[in-house]
Design a protein around this ligand. Structure first.
Ligand code: DP6
Length: 333
């Protein structure tokens, strides 16, 4: 069997993508900026089914069993696949298996990792290299804009052209430039009840959204320069204002969306306190209750020993900045 396997990372948005100017083509209202992760990855294996008449979709669960993909995952792949097929003029039925090394649908960018892995596996299967320039656009065609950023390692901006808000993602700096850590506090590992897509579509209904769009270019520039200059204080300021504002927009949308749990706020407050005591630490939260605590490698152990005492954290994932998709020699089937 001619199998192709790829792993592709999740990413954490420092400047968030929230709201679309073109829902059909997943084009954003603002440029976003993320840090690619290293341990939170999706793995995708695909192989042609020579005698098959239809695609097969599988999920490797945490017991290592290959089971039929659940309806949400299946629908996501079925949405993405036609665009990939059309791009490469590839029509043979496929067996596609995926798995994640982290909780799915809980605000840890599982769709970014999953769809960038699918796009990357398809690209490799069709004989292209992983640095194929259009990989970011192919990942975006899944409908998950954040997937467009997961095709590259380090710090990544999407769209690369922030003025015209178009085109693929662009790497701002590689992972080695600033090896930041991401301690992810899993407050609730369940699938979120309001998808990011619903959130994007509701963003305009918040009366604060036009103000957000006005403030963003300067904040993006602040974050970008802070990264290039490895200035943690300036980065922390942009990242936390941004995290709070995303949820302000969500909470003031009509109807409102509440992603936070009490523990989310408790972690955020403690992180701010630790920073005021001199630690290089800040927090951000995507569309879910879980908190990404970003810190320098040097301050990681002290930060964790202070935060681990907080109640209502189910578990921690210790991640850090990483590289983009990789081809694998081991396969899921
Ligand atoms: C809050 O539409 O890319 O994470 O499909 O759920 O991955 P998923 O979401 P997507 O929106 C991402 C929203 C966000 C911010 C961000 O990652 O930029």
């Amino acid at each position: 069997m001619n199998r192709t396997s790829v792993s592709s990372p999740a990413n954490i948005a420092l400047i968030k993508y929230w709201g679309m100017r073109d829902a059909q083509n997943t084009l954003p209202n603002n440029a976003s900026l993320s840090m690619t992760l290293s341990r939170c990855v999706s793995i995708c294996t695909l192989a042609p089914l020579p005698g098959g008449s239809a695609d097969e979709f599988l999920w490797k669960n945490r017991h290592g069993e290959l089971v039929p993909a659940d309806p949400t995952l299946r629908a996501g792949i079925e949405h993405h696949l036609p665009a990939l097929r059309e791009h490469f003029d590839y029509w043979q039925p496929l067996r596609i298996a995926t798995t994640n090394t982290f909780p799915t649908g809980a605000g840890i960018a599982s769709s970014a990792a999953g769809f960038s892995a699918l796009a990357a596996a398809f690209v490799v299967h069709c004989g292209q290299s992983l640095s194929y320039p259009a990989l970011s656009d192919l990942a975006r065609l899944s409908g998950s804009g954040s997937a467009a950023r997961s095709v590259s390692g380090g710090f990544v901006q999407w769209p690369g052209n922030a003025q015209q808000l178009s085109g693929p993602a662009l790497q701002i700096a590689p992972a080695q430039h600033w090896p930041l850590h991401d301690l992810i506090a899993v407050v609730d590992a369940r699938h979120k009840t309001v998808s990011s897509r619903q959130g994007h579509l509701l963003a305009n209904s918040s009366e604060f959204y036009p103000t957000r769009l006005k403030l963003l270019p300067e904040r993006l520039e602040q974050a970008r320069r802070a990264i290039l200059e490895r200035d943690f204080t300036r980065l922390a300021d942009a990242v936390e204002r941004e995290a709070i504002e995303l949820h302000l927009i969500a909470m003031t949308s009509q109807p409102p969306i509440f992603y936070w749990k009490p523990a989310t706020l408790a972690i955020l407050e403690r992180v701010r306190q630790l920073r005021s005591e001199g630690m290089d630490v800040c927090a951000t939260i995507d569309a879910g209750p879980n908190v990404h605590v970003l810190c320098t490698a040097q301050h990681g152990p002290k930060v964790f020993s202070a935060l681990r005492k907080l109640p209502d954290i189910q578990h921690w994932i210790f991640d850090q900045i990483g590289d983009g998709p990789k081809r694998l020699e081991q396969h899921l089937f």
